[in-house]
Design a protein around this ligand. Structure first.
Ligand SMILES: [Zn+2]
Length: 294
């Protein structure tokens, strides 16, 4: 049960977003800055995303006639302009995902510099200011929220306070949250990356993805929101993507869902609020003004 389900367009029972975080090899450069440039295995594991997986994913989307959202560290946009061009050509959305996948909690003091440096790259390469943001490793802090509000972002997508999109309100303004959770993220089932501290037992494609489809079934029955948070170098691999593609095909055939970019979902919610047809649940931020133990 969802207490304030969103009346999706055309009677759709669920909104679906497959969001890819195209991190490429930024992950190894940010975590091993001194020698990453000469670690060819993690570089190639990351490069697989923009060079091999992205064309495959975009081909599926084109055949299915859907447009989706991608989050890309700005350094990766500079490094892989062909992938960016293909994504934009397909009518997809590119959101802000840091500059070199720096963790906002770790870069607290110079967060504005990193954030605005990335924004400049978006303007230069994509020609538009991104409307959405996802924090590297989901590590949003209040500084990030304030920067997003200051720069007129429409939504954030790294937090977990609800099943469906909600509103975050601060004294300075508001933002939608497109909530994530670990049950629909491909890192736990598929990431195996000792160099950055992850040693996950890699699951069979059908086993790892099965967890996602169970999440979808629950979201669908409740009239909710289903979002995958996936990575081209993990879920864009041949066997996994083949199964995702089959799922999209089957879902479009047999279910009434709305596959949409996150920015379209945000705009749609604006319309509902203007028409007084629905109100989002509000989370007031900041949550705390200091450590809770004084
Ligand atoms: Zn990422």
């Amino acid at each position: 049960m969802i207490r304030n389900p969103i009346p999706w367009p055309n009677g759709a029972k669920c909104a679906c977003a497959i969001t890819f975080d195209m991190d490429a090899d930024s992950l190894i450069h940010i975590s091993r800055p001194d020698d990453a440039h000469d670690r060819l295995y993690p570089i190639t594991m990351g490069r697989y995303g923009p060079t091999v997986a992205i064309p495959r994913i975009l081909d599926t989307y084109e055949r299915m006639g859907i447009r989706q959202s991608f989050f890309i560290p700005a350094w990766c946009m500079e490094q892989y302009p062909d992938a960016v061009e293909m994504i934009l050509k397909g009518g997809h959305e590119i959101g802000h995902h840091g500059y070199l996948h720096e963790d906002p909690i770790e870069t607290k003091d110079d967060q504005r510099m990193w954030f605005e440096r990335a924004l400049d790259v978006h303007m230069k390469i994509a020609g538009v200011k991104p409307r959405g943001y996802r924090a590297p490793v989901y590590n949003v802090n209040q500084t990030v929220i304030d920067l997003l509000v200051e720069h007129g972002f429409k939504y954030e997508s790294s937090l977990m306070a609800d099943d469906i999109p909600y509103l975050m309100r601060t004294d300075k303004g508001e933002l939608y949250e497109m909530p994530v959770h670990w049950g629909t993220d491909d890192w736990p089932p598929f990431a195996h990356y000792a160099e950055i501290g992850y040693m996950m037992p890699v699951k069979a494609p059908s086993d790892g993805l099965k967890a996602f489809w169970e999440e979808f079934d629950a979201a669908y029955d409740a009239g909710g929101f289903f979002m995958l948070i996936v990575h081209p170098f993990l879920t864009g691999r041949l066997a996994r993507w083949r199964l995702v593609e089959k799922w999209i095909e089957e879902t479009m055939k047999t279910k009434n869902v709305w596959f949409a970019r996150l920015e379209d979902i945000a705009d749609y919610m604006d319309g509902l609020r203007e028409a007084q047809a629905w109100s989002p649940r509000v989370e007031k931020l900041p949550y705390y003004d200091g450590p809770v133990l004084k």
